[in-house]
Design a protein around this ligand. Structure first.
Ligand code: ADP
Ligand code: MG
Length: 692
């Protein structure tokens, strides 16, 4: 199955062989990270623009991008709501309006009555006619005939310093050197009806016509399928190769007597659930071997992962090694610190706390203690800083993994000293199988599939904003009974700043409306320290109501809080709402979650909220969310490490994943060279691969 030489040789040629490029373009490409021909072949367009024809204005349809020529009959700068340049055009068959919110005076001067303009863009329905916001356009000369293009124009993902036209030219030149046929990497492993690699690449860059383009866009084109398959395979392989490499290293064998564990368990006010006992045994089996543990611990919110982490940490500590827990936010890290202190202090085990707030002497002291072998450490990203050095880190635990990328996970494991620490990654987000294949294929999985006894499912209701007063009254009732409540403000798509302002406004409204209650406020614009202080007060019962943005989403544990109100839940993903809702229902009280929506609800929004009302099974919710919203949303928000694919689409291509795994098994067994070549092609020499 060796790689076809013609392909491999052509692919590896430097861009300088493309004599038509010119010096400045070559330099720009190299600066943007393009090195060899293969980099250009696999730089696929995001979409195509059809400028092969010119429509009459009367033929334009809302939502369908098109090109047309029309004459300006009126233009003005309007000031209603927002300053905008409004240009009205027509061609006898109809009229259309162009809107520019950002424009230069020169543009306004150019687009005056009488100007003939070639316009390309996507019309939408406006007040009086179709309109286009910021379309591309060119004012035509007096007798100029607009030239149409003879093929669809690819639009490439933009990179700094490279306009689309230049990228298009570079790819065009590179494609001229694309050998025919296949590269042989996957010979015999793909469905026969799929096109060869060269044809597939060409189709994606330059579909022959609109029909072919539509087949690609709608996902049914075999060229797209072939490349999507390769891409999924490459990502899966990259993680499997990381795993192989890591597993070939050595970790300390952590075999504890169990003395400290028995002591800790004796102090707990509860006994472990069967699921906790089982996953702990799985973890122990790993820790007792010299191959590094790479394990993902999944457990729905409130399933009790923290105590499992603490017990695992004791295995390291009893063996004379160190254990460290890293959490994605100050808030969560602080909470773990409190748990660890509460649990470990009676055993006489003192640890180290590190966050970016810890500075100066205190920090120096913390670093010294880590270097000298302090048994445990809890912290934020601060634990990964270069200055942080452990004497002998035996176990590295990462909480809420989806907030960290794979690279960070690997970097944390570099902190071990001589041997590589075992790694335990924890997440409350149930990872649908599809996602696990491309994001977590390097990890073994343990699942806590049982909640501690006595938990009552959170009663979830959807209530229209029109009934906000009733909801506020519910807070009064709950707090009168000694309980606490959360009020979550959501403003997705707006900036953090606006979201913070909205939360502040809600907090002051509620403070005024509820004079007897103690109201606190947390949002991401507060300094980490201030935020942690408010959270601490809430946890200590010194606040009744906590108004918050979604910063409280993960992990926060306040058992007396039994009521949550989520404003505008329709703006959040299901998995995220489920996480939020998991903040209540942690104690023995009957808990409820009120989804305070803004009517009218769209059908999908309605459907999504009712999924939440019907089920409290995080897995079912995540699967549904994946269908409704796509992978990025399931893993959290945009800042997550979720892979951005060039061609593949997890929702659409999920059906291939079983086959991806089979092919990956075959390659890893028989042709690691091919596996590596695929990874280089699609994932690149990215950090994840290099740093392992
Ligand atoms: P998560 O898995 O969401 O991180 P936590 O570890 O924060 O959950 O645990 C949630 C709450 O449940 C904590 O107050 C914890 O002390 C408690 N808890 C953990 N395990 C058990 C158990 N077996 N029985 C009762 N309560 C438990
Ligand atoms: Mg947790």
């Amino acid at each position: 199955m060796a790689q076809d030489d013609a392909f491999a040789n052509a692919a590896a040629q430097p861009l300088s062989v493309l004599t038509g490029l010119g010096k400045s373009l070559l330099a720009a490409l190299e600066k943007a990270g393009f090195r060899t021909l293969v980099d250009l072949w696999f730089h696929f367009p995001l979409r195509h623009e059809d400028r092969t024809g010119i429509l009459r204005v009367g033929e334009l349809r809302a939502g369908v991008p098109a090109q047309f020529v029309a004459t300006v009959d009126h233009s003005e700068v309007g000031f209603r709501r927002r300053r905008a340049l409004l240009v009205s055009l027509g061609d006898g068959s109809g009229r259309v309006l162009l809107r520019f919110f950002h424009f230069k005076q020169a543009q306004a001067d150019q687009l005056k009555a009488g100007a003939r303009v070639l316009v390309y863009g996507k019309p939408r329905a406006g007040g009086y006619s179709l309109e286009l916001v910021h379309p591309r356009y060119r004012v035509l000369g007096a007798d100029e005939q607009p030239v149409v293009e003879d093929s669809l124009r690819p639009v490439y993902p933009q990179t700094e310093g490279l306009g689309n036209a230049r990228l298009q030219r570079a790819v065009e030149l590179a494609l001229e050197r694309l050998p025919e046929g296949d590269d042989g990497l996957l010979a015999g492993l793909l469905p026969r009806q799929w096109p060869c690699l060269a044809d597939a690449i060409r189709s994606l860059h330059r579909p022959r016509d609109r029909r072919e383009l539509e087949a690609i866009t709608s996902g049914v084109h075999p060229a797209r399928a072939r490349l999507a398959f390769e891409e999924l395979l490459a990502h899966h392989l990259s993680l499997r190769l990381v795993r192989q490499r890591v597993r070939s290293e050595r970790s300390p064998v952590l075999r504890a007597s169990g003395r400290l564990r028995r002591q800790l368990l004796a102090t707990l006010p509860f006994t472990l659930t069967g699921a906790q006992v089982r996953v702990l045994a799985e973890i122990d089996a790993d820790l007792g071997r010299s191959a590094p543990m790479l394990r993902l611990l999944q457990g729905d919110v409130g399933s009790g992962k923290t105590i499992v982490a603490a017990l695992a940490a004791l295995a390291a500590i009893e063996s004379g090694m160190q254990a460290a827990v890293m959490a994605p936010t100050e808030l969560l890290a602080e909470q773990h610190r409190r748990s660890f202190e509460r649990w470990f202090a009676p055993l006489g085990i003192e640890g180290v706390w590190l966050s970016s707030r810890i500075q100066g002497k205190v920090r120096a002291r913390a670093l010294t203690r880590l270097a000298e072998g302090a048994p445990w450490a809890v912290g934020t990203h601060a634990l990964m800083q270069e200055a942080v050095c452990f004497r002998a880190l035996g176990l590295a635990i990462i909480d809420e993994q989806h907030r960290f990328g794979v690279d960070q996970r690997l970097a944390f494991a570099q902190k071990g000293g001589v041997l590589r620490p075992h790694q335990l990654v924890m997440t409350a987000t149930p990872i649908p199988r599809t996602l696990a294949m491309t994001e977590f294929a390097d990890l073994d999985v343990s699942v806590i599939d049982e909640l501690p006894p006595g938990r009552k499912p959170v009663q979830t209701v959807a209530v229209s904003r029109a009934r906000r007063d009733e909801v506020v009254q519910r807070i009064v009732d709950a707090c009168a009974g000694g309980r606490q409540a959360y009020w979550v403000c959501t403003l997705i798509d707006e900036s953090e700043e606006i979201e913070a302002e909205a939360a502040a406004k809600t907090a002051s409204e509620l403070t005024a409306a509820l004079p007897r209650l103690r109201v606190g406020l947390v949002h991401s614009r507060l300094k980490a320290g201030e935020r942690a202080d408010v959270m601490r007060d809430f946890a200590a019962g010194e606040l009744d109501l906590l108004v918050a943005t979604t910063v409280i989403e993960v992990g926060v544990d306040v058992p007396r809080a039994s009521l949550m109100i989520v404003e505008n839940p329709e703006r959040l993903g299901l998995a995220q709402l489920h996480q939020l809702r998991g903040r209540v229902g942690r104690g023995v009280e009957e808990s409820s979650c009120v989804l305070l929506y803004q009517p009218p609800l769209s059908t999908t929004a309605h459907e999504r909220l009712s999924v939440l009302r019907r089920t409290s099974d995080g897995f079912a919710i995540a699967e549904r969310d994946l269908e409704l919203r796509g992978p990025g949303e399931v893993l959290g928000t945009r800042q997550t490490g979720a892979t951005a694919f060039r061609v593949a689409d997890l929702t659409r291509d999920a059906g291939w994943l079983a086959r991806v795994r089979e092919v990956a098994d075959r390659l890893l067994e028989q042709d690691v060279g091919a596996a590596e070549a695929l990874v280089r092609r699609w994932v690149g020499a990215s950090a994840r691969y290099a740093k392992a």
